[in-house]
Each structure stands twice: as C-alpha cells, then as structure tokens.
Ligand binder design. Structure first.
Ligand code: GUN
Ligand code: FE
Length: 426
C-alpha cells in the first residue's frame, strides 16, 4: 500500500468555513495517497483495510502556512526591537543579510533555520532569502531536506540601501536572478522559486521592469512588501511620483496579482484605491501581526480584508516577528484585531478564534492549492498535538483545547507528529 495512505484517529479539528470549525472527537481522518477522503466518526466500509494510526487523546489539526518570513534574519530574531522599519533595516537587517555572501555562514544559519522550521507548526512557507544566489540555493537545499513545501526568493535590490547589500545595477540583479533560476530549475520536489523584489524603495524602475519580464518568461509567483510603514509609503510616493498609490508601482510592472500569484506582506496602511486593486487582482495579503507590533508599524484592517473576500494568510515575518510559532501568530492576529476594533473602527469586530485559525490554515495555505483543511480533496498536511502537559483541573472540549493550545503552545504543548501532503515528517 502507498506509504501516504492511512487513517489518523484522534480529536480532529479543521475549518469548515471562515467562521466555523468541524470538530470530531475520537474520529478518523482518511488519507489516501496524500489526499483527504474526509473525517468520519467511524471508518467507512470502503476504507476498512487501511492502516490506522491511533493518536490517542491528541488533537489533530491541519498544518499551518507561514505566508511571509525572512530566513536570513533568523539569527537576530528577538534582538533590536526598538526601532521602526527603515532604521531597523539599516541597523540590524542589512548588516546581517550581508553576511550571506559567505556560503559557510549561510549554510550554518540556514541549517539551524530549517531544523527549527521542521519542528514547528508550519508545513508550508513562503520565504525571502538574500541577494546572494548561492546562499539562496543553500536555503532551498536545507528546506528541501525537511520535507516541508516552500517557495523561496532570491531578493532583488539595486538602490537606496547600504552598499554592503545593494546589487550594483539592475542588469546585474537580473542576470544573477536568471542564473539562480537556471541553477535551481528541476532540482527540487518541494521547494520552488518565487520572484522577490524586496520592496519598491530599493528597486529601480529598470529593475522592476526587468523582473516583470522575467515573471512572464518563467511564469513565477511574486512576493514583496506593501504599505507597512508611514515613512516607507511617503518615500515610495517621492521615488515613483507617477504612481496612484504604493501598490500601483508593482502593478505598473506586472507584479501585482493580475499576471502572477502575488503575496504582499503587511498592508497596514492601504488607501481605498489600493484595497480595491488588491481585491480586483486577487493579491494575497500576508498579515504579520507580531512584526507590526515590534516595528510599531500599525494595526492592519484584517476584518475589512476578510469582508472584502481578499485572500489573507498569516506570516511571522521573522525577524520583524521574533517567533516562528504560528500559534503565537494566530493569538497576535486576534489581539491586534481587538485593538483595531477598540481604537480605530467599532464596526470592525475582532477576529474569533475560528477566524484566526482559518487564516493560519486555509487562508494562507490556499496559495499552495487545496491545502489547509481536511475536507475531501485537500492534501493532508497535519499536526498531532499533545496538550497533556498544559495542565488544568477542567474537563475541556476539543474546541477549547485547541483555543488554549493557540495561547499556551509554548507552556507544555508538544507537536508529536507532522505530515505534509500525507508524508510523515516526524
Ligand atoms: N520591507 C523591506 N524589507 C523588509 C524586511 O526585511 N522586513 C520587513 N518587515 N519589512 C521590509
Ligand atoms: Fe517582511
């Protein structure tokens, strides 16, 4: 029998809709060749001969997607959190990223990062590397070894940043990107390239134009940053005075959803026209609540994005966010939505636990296809959670145990099993 064909038995939860959980206590999740055939209270006759993996009293939930993170920033996570974005980039981020010119340093750092990501709740991730093609390939090698499914980008930046991290010209940046793409083409099963202009301020018009052409030629998805910080937004207006709004710069060069699946991180301060364009173009928003707190960027209107049916997922934005934990990310997203409601707009109700969980699973995972749910037809990315060491005198329902796990994962919670598209990772 195919190794990726089995039944998981335990307390199974997944998002039935944006606002509703499916909960089956002591139920059976049927995985056939990596694809869910559904969750049942008893094993259906057609699947009686499949091997059953008994997870006891554990919770079984979909794996989570980290829709935005910077792998090279992992070494300084949790350090230097007292600055806003632009000063933080120059002071902490660019000096660290410049170290990845050294492939030994890159290999060591990316090995640690990949090992930690493997143990986390994340089964899919979309990551920035650095400008360095060799280091970015090492990041891809290390991620491929984990069994997780990821998109990885070699960063492009040719202006308005310290020399240590600036590519000398648009042409060099594009040539190096093509070399990187050719070097990694067909090399991996689970690791794919994504075009990665860092953000509009550090990309010349010539570079953005060239990247738009590469996107078409290689049919690549795109990731970047958008409307994260007020000074950043003013700077984009100065650099690209013809633009109607920040995102219009990316759209002008064919990298804003219409031509390619696109992720824009943050979207904290988007004007109406920008929101409308994102909605029309089906741009994915990576909401990164902890980063928005640490860099004092602001509070993103996530409820609004959900109401508008714009695709939204969650990102840690390592090292803007200090934690790899997607559980922490959900708790932060819920907390931030409460502040938005209390302080900014009382018509935008806070996110519920169900909605936060949806964002971390189906919301972001849909960038990878049918992933993030256990409904029939979805790829089985699954986490087995043991919460017995998060002690309480209460007798809790599976739903309450999940809610508590989101808030208390680091206080005794343990991920004891992890599957990606039906393949056991550990
Ligand atoms: N904008 C441009 N680069 C970065 C980065 O590395 N982190 C964050 N949070 N925002 C950015
Ligand atoms: Fe970022």
């Amino acid at each position: 029998m195919n190794k990726n064909t089995f039944i998981l038995k335990g307390n199974i939860l997944y998002s039935k809709t944006k606002t509703e959980l499916s909960v089956t206590e002591q139920g059976f999740l049927i995985c056939f060749e990596g694809i869910s055939q559904g969750v049942y209270p008893q094993i259906p006759d057609a699947f009686q001969n499949l091997p059953v993996i008994d997870c006891g009293d554990c919770l079984i939930i979909p794996g989570m997607t980290d829709l935005h993170l910077h792998a090279p920033q992992y070494p300084f996570r949790g350090i230097g959190m007292d600055m806003e974005l632009l000063e933080w980039l120059e002071t902490h981020t660019f000096p660290e990223e410049s170290r990845y010119a050294d492939t030994d340093y890159a290999q060591n750092a990316y090995h640690i990062f990949a090992e930690d990501l493997k143990q986390s709740a994340t089964t899919r991730a979309v990551a920035f590397g650095t400008i360095h093609p060799r280091a970015t390939e090492l990041l891809m090698d290390n991620l491929e070894a984990t069994g997780l499914k990821t998109f990885v980008g070699k960063v492009n930046m040719d202006q308005n940043c310290s020399d240590i991290i600036r590519e000398p010209s648009a042409k060099t940046s594009l040539d190096v990107t093509v070399k990187w793409l050719e070097s990694v083409a067909g090399k991996y099963q689970n690791t794919k390239p994504i075009l990665t202009p860092r953000f509009a301020p550090t990309c010349s018009a010539a570079l953005l134009e060239g990247l738009g052409k590469l996107q078409k030629e290689y049919r690549l998805p795109v990731q970047s940053h958008l409307s994260e910080n007020l000074s950043e937004i003013a700077w984009v207006k100065e650099l690209f005075p013809w633009s109607l709004f920040y995102g219009d710069v990316y759209d002008h060069f064919g990298m804003f959803g219409r031509e390619a699946p696109t992720i824009m991180a943050h979207c904290v301060h988007c004007p109406e026209e920008e929101i409308k364009r994102m909605k029309n173009n089906r741009v994915y928003i990576a909401h990164c609540p902890q980063s928005n707190i640490n860099l004092a960027s602001g509070i993103a209107p996530v409820r609004r994005y959900l109401e508008e049916n714009i695709p939204v997922g969650l990102g840690t934005d390592i090292a803007g966010g200090a934690n790899l934990s997607m559980f922490r990310c959900i708790a932060d997203a819920i907390g931030m939505s409460k502040l938005y409601w209390r302080l900014i707009d009382q018509t935008k109700k806070p996110l519920t636990m169900e909605e936060g969980f949806y964002l971390a699973t189906v919301g972001g995972s849909s960038f990878f296809g049918r992933v993030g749910s256990f409904a029939p037809g979805y790829e089985v990315d699954a986490l087995i959670l043991d919460d017995k060491n998060i002690r309480t005198t209460q007798n809790l329902s599976a739903r309450k145990r999940l809610e508590r796990y989101i808030y208390l994962a680091e206080e005794g919670g343990k991920i004891v099993g992890k599957y990606v598209a039906g393949k056991r990772i550990f």
